[in-house]
Design a protein around this ligand. Structure first.
Ligand SMILES: *Cc1c(COP(=O)(O)O)cnc(C)c1O
Length: 502
């Protein structure tokens, strides 16, 4: 990892695969026709016939392979480099999990198979549920939700079902100002009014402010602990008492569970509902939009409202139980993202209780190691022992040298390091949220520290250079909102004149 990008992979300029196409070139060759030839319009009704050429690409197999391998080399992933993306827990995904998820007995199942033909798969779902409940300190869980945000939505719907069942009409969900954006978004989607509670100077929920806004309208509070500032809120029992005191429920956003496995349990902290992001904490690959899995686990009082079906076990074996009269209904097709759950099961089983505890211990150690080494070079707004991640601020670099956090993030790319999460949480100016994860070696952490210190020095001595970064990546600075706001989803040939403006 050197600033000049020595040893970096070749900077390849790869055309679109459409541009590689040559009419008539083929990737597969079919054998000679061994049945009588029939004209297409004798086989299909007129309205089913295509009017125009389909435009299938003419590319040979070797060209396809080279094209996609080259594209994959332009990408950064946990298998190619350090990826300290705070809150997202981009941890290494053990390859044994991939192996087991491809076992034909799992991979070739069909979700419509009768229960008695898929006993192994149902057992796996049942046991995963039990493990997650043990880790969370909860009674039952559903594995249906497709991601954390989806778990949040299902969880808040449970809160609504619980209150409605008691004939209560509450309309407020409280979220801290450090919350992930999905928390208030979830509350709003479920039809609640969101009320924000501020953080105190230690980065925790301001207890007096909480007391002041809590009343009988509060349906629940959503909290992640450790929170998005990477600090553990020691007042959690008091917070639980305040919310339960007015009849509200506590929702645990488990995105930061990587810090607590085997050390503390949301159920013991007073939470009523927990989601886990299996794709974060339990090592299933994620990024680029999925697939994920966001199971939610609940206390006994909320079990009657869980989504159907649940996997039950009796003398006849495992079966899907749909008979849940007060259920909020099904929140996803079948039993959820089975492949992701399977990888998480393999992760939990291969680590065991001691291994999972070691995951959290090492994750916390790695984060504190980085924080201590970097706090002389970047402003540290909450200077206290962190959990599995911590938040620095680029405000010294911004105020003194005009170098913004985005410049620091871009500069890291030249060291072959994925930038941390930036500009989140919103309450920290020029935030850099760093999460090393447990599997990184001391050498990798030291290389990251060296890169961050070098960037801080460059900010002071040569700020212009950082405004230009990255210098050594296949593409330089991209239009970050363009891809989301005006995506090009269909390729069209551009003429030379247009292409040169692009
Ligand atoms: C990632 C994350 C979420 C949302 O989870 P998804 O699985 O991405 O939907 C919610 N809260 C926090 C704190 C997160 O980091």
């Amino acid at each position: 990892m050197t600033r000049e990008g020595e040893g970096r992979k070749l900077q390849v300029k790869e055309p679109l695969i459409f541009e590689l196409s040559s009419p008539g070139r083929r990737g597969v060759r079919l054998g000679p026709l061994d049945v009588p030839e029939e004209p297409m319009d004798a086989l299909l009704p007129a309205e089913a016939l295509r009017e125009e050429e389909i435009g299938i690409l003419g590319v040979a197999e070797v060209d396809v392979v080279r094209h996609f391998v080259k594209l994959s080399q332009m990408n950064h992933g946990v298998d190619t480099g350090f990826y300290p993306l705070g809150s997202c827990t981009m941890k290494y995904n053990p390859k044994v999990n991939e192996d087991v998820s491809r076992l034909p007995g799992f991979a070739h199942l069909h979700p419509y198979q009768p229960d008695h033909t898929v006993q192994g798969a149902l057992q796996l779902l049942h046991e995963t549920e039990k493990y997650l409940c043990e880790i969370a300190g909860m009674e039952r869980a559903t594995l249906q939700p497709a991601a954390g945000a989806h778990g949040e939505l299902a969880g808040i719907m449970l809160i609504r079902a619980y209150h409605e069942d008691r004939g209560e009409d509450r309309d407020v969900i409280i979220v801290p100002d450090s919350a992930h954006g999905t928390n208030p978004a979830t509350a709003a989607m479920a039809g609640y009014r969101t009320v924000e509670v501020p953080s105190d100077e230690r980065g925790c929920v301001d207890i007096e402010a909480l007391r002041a806004i809590v009343d009988e309208n509060v349906a629940g509070l959503m909290l992640t602990n450790p929170n998005t500032l990477g600090v553990f809120d020691e007042s959690i029992l008091e917070i639980a008492e305040i919310i339960h005191g007015v009849g509200g429920l506590l929702y645990y956003d488990g995105a930061n569970a990587n810090a607590i496995l085997g050390y503390s349990r949301p159920g013991d902290m007073g939470f009523d509902i927990v989601h886990f992001n299996l794709h974060k904490t339990f090592g299933t690959p994620h990024g680029g939009g999925g697939p994920g899995s966001g199971p939610i686990a609940v206390v006994p009082e909320l079990v009657p409202y869980l989504p159907a079906p649940l996997v039950e076990c009796n003398d006849d074996g495992y079966h899907l139980c749909w008979d849940i009269p007060k259920s909020i209904g099904q929140v996803r097709a079948f039993t959820g993202n089975f492949g992701v759950v399977l990888k998480a099961y393999a992760y939990i089983r291969s680590h065991g209780p001691d291994g999972l505890k070691a995951v959290s211990g090492d994750a916390v150690l790695n984060a504190n190691y980085l924080m201590e080494a970097l706090k002389a070079h970047y402003y540290l707004p909450f200077d206290r022992t962190c959990m599995h991640e911590f938040v620095l601020s680029g405000r010294w670099q911004k105020r003194e040298h005009g170098v913004a956090t985005v410049d620091i993030a871009k500069a890291l790319l030249d060291y072959d390091i994925h930038p941390p999460t930036v500009y989140f949480p919103l309450i920290v100016e020029e935030a850099l949220m760093i999460e090393p994860t447990e599997t990184e070696s001391r050498e990798t952490l030291d290389a990251f520290i060296d890169a961050m210190i070098q960037i801080a020095e460059d900010a002071a001595e040569d700020p212009e250079r950082l405004h230009e970064a990255p210098m050594h990546t296949p593409v330089r600075r991209l239009d970050e909102s363009g891809a989301a706001r005006s995506p090009v989803v269909c390729w069209q040939p551009v003429d030379e004149a247009d292409a040169s403006d692009a």
